[in-house]
Write a protein that binds this ligand. Structure first.
Ligand SMILES: Nc1ncnc2c1ncn2[C@@H]1O[C@H](COP(=O)(O)OP(=O)(O)OP(=O)(O)O)[C@@H](O)[C@H]1O
Ligand SMILES: [Mg+2]
Length: 453
């Protein structure tokens, strides 16, 4: 290998030196020779230890990938990278080293830069976050290099710099919760609590005490000490109200008051309690549409709708599929003690073409089951489960049944109506009300769509 030809390039790399497998110098840059105070040309073919007794390169001779090493020598503290050197046939010819930090002064400068960088990150000026707290999601967990995902990250960063209320909308499994965590962890409230409440999973009669707490003795069965609600728990931090679209109508004015007045009333409390909480909400239904149908208060909507963030469904960024699949596989390898390396091309194409109703969550389930079926280190088409998860609409089957669009509309309508009926235990008045249609029309639809009760 002719290193001399590369001289000008090599000179820009601080502390560059390359040795052969015997530990003899193949190349030393002028800059490096100066650093050691030796004559550059006379070092070629000489034992590196003569000039550089504390080198880690001899010990690291068989590394496969670059490794970072630390020095504490008479020249000061150094941080370098040792990297393996192979010829064009892949045969090892030696090992090289270059410096990241050549002395203590540089190191202190670097430490200052790093602090400045972190401050910048925390003030929302850059997209890279180095976090030492891996217990929660950060912006780094939001994968995808596509334009829509870049835009999403940009929006998260700018949102984090504010204190405004946020509505995160998106289909199920698109990462709404991830986004809420990322905003909190980038905001200046990140040292404070992130409290979550799911408006859909709490019975209507308990939601008030969950949100606002109660005073001791305020009702039979109340704890003697009273109870703090989520608002008080989240004081100075962030309160994430998931599935806000399911917040009962009766609770909505109380939430509005808390947001407007920045104080809450415990059940049975005498005095309002001031709270400083940043509110992030998530919904998988269009809140504006709910307002239109009278299912969500307009005044509350406008109070919540300061910043809107949409999480895109997987089908709008199929180019991120490969990266996301790879990351899911790596996570599941750790979780399940497996060592799968990836999916084959055929499988990747198939996964890209599927319609992911449950988005990344559903993709994850499909990959998990495929990993369990897979017999070698790669996932093949035959490993994908035989369920219809993520399958595209079968056009031919629909066409065989007549007008495709009409069929698709009917299928969608049937699904919605059945879900709503289920929610209201078959009560048609409430279902019709919820659907925003008159009761007779609901009966007509049930008949036309052949919905059995
Ligand atoms: N951009 C992304 N990159 C990597 N993983 C993601 C991304 N978006 C979502 N996920 C993963 O997908 C799963 C679902 O995400 P999350 O729970 O945030 O979705 P959601 O929108 O809140 O869904 P739901 O409406 O059903 O509650 C999680 O395992 C999450 O880690
Ligand atoms: Mg969620």
């Amino acid at each position: 290998m002719n290193f001399a030809e590369m001289e000008p390039l090599f000179e820009s790399v601080p502390g560059l030196v390359i040795i052969d497998t015997e530990g003899k110098t193949l190349y030393m840059s002028q800059q490096c020779a100066d650093y050691f105070g030796v004559d550059k040309d006379s070092t070629i073919g000489k034992e590196i230890r003569e000039y550089f007794p504390e080198t880690t390169m001899i010990k690291n001779m068989n590394i496969e990938k670059p490794v970072v090493v630390f020095y504490n020598s008479y020249l000061g503290i150094g941080i370098s990278v040792n990297f393996p050197v192979f010829d064009e046939n892949g045969t090892r010819i030696g090992i090289g080293e270059y410096d990241v930090v050549q002395n203590s002064e540089v190191l202190y400068g670097l430490a200052d830069d790093y602090r400045g960088f972190l401050d910048g990150v925390l003030n929302g000026q850059t997209g890279h976050l180095t976090t030492f707290d891996r217990t929660r999601y950060t912006i780094n967990d939001i994968l995808g290099k596509s334009l829509v995902m870049q835009e999403l990250r940009r929006k998260i960063i700018s949102t984090a710099a504010t204190n405004s209320t946020v509505i995160i909308s998106g289909e199920t499994g698109t990462g709404k919760e991830l986004v809420a965590h990322a905003i909190h962890n980038l905001s200046n409230r990140r040292q404070e609590k992130f409290i979550k409440i799911n408006a859909a999973s709490i019975p209507e009669n308990l939601i008030e005490e969950e949100l606002f707490g109660y005073e001791k003795g305020s009702f039979t069965g109340a704890l003697d000490v009273g109870k703090k609600g989520k608002f008080e728990l989240a004081d100075k931090g962030t309160l994430f109200i998931d599935e806000i679209n399911h917040l009962p109508m009766a609770m909505q004015p109380k939430l509005l008051r808390a947001l407007q007045e920045k104080e809450i009333d415990r059940i049975g409390g005498q005095e309002p309690i001031p709270v400083d909480v940043r509110i992030i909400t998530a919904t998988n239904e269009d809140l504006k549409e709910l307002v239109r149908r009278g299912r969500f208060r307009e005044d509350l909507f406008y109070r919540l709708d300061v910043i809107e963030i949409d999480t895109p469904p997987l089908r709008e960024h199929p180019e991120d599929m490969e990266e996301i699949i790879q990351s899911i596989i790596e996570e599941l390898n750790v979780e399940n003690g497996l060592s799968k390396v990836g999916v084959d091309d055929e499988t990747l194409t198939e996964l890209k073409n599927r319609y992911w109703k449950g988005n990344i969550r559903e993709l994850r389930n499909v990959i998990e089951s495929a990993m369990a079926f897979s017999k070698d280190d790669t996932i093949h088409l035959t490993d994908l489960d035989s369920t219809h998860a993520g399958k595209k609409v079968d056009l031919d089957a629909l066409a065989a049944r007549g007008n495709i669009i009409e069929q698709a509309k009917n299928d969608a309508e049937r699904e919605v109506i059945m879900k709503v009926l289920e929610r209201f235990n078959g009560n048609k008045t409430r279902a019709a009300n919820y659907l925003g249609i008159a009761r007779p029309l609901l009966y007509q639809k049930l008949k036309r769509l052949n919905i059995k009760e």
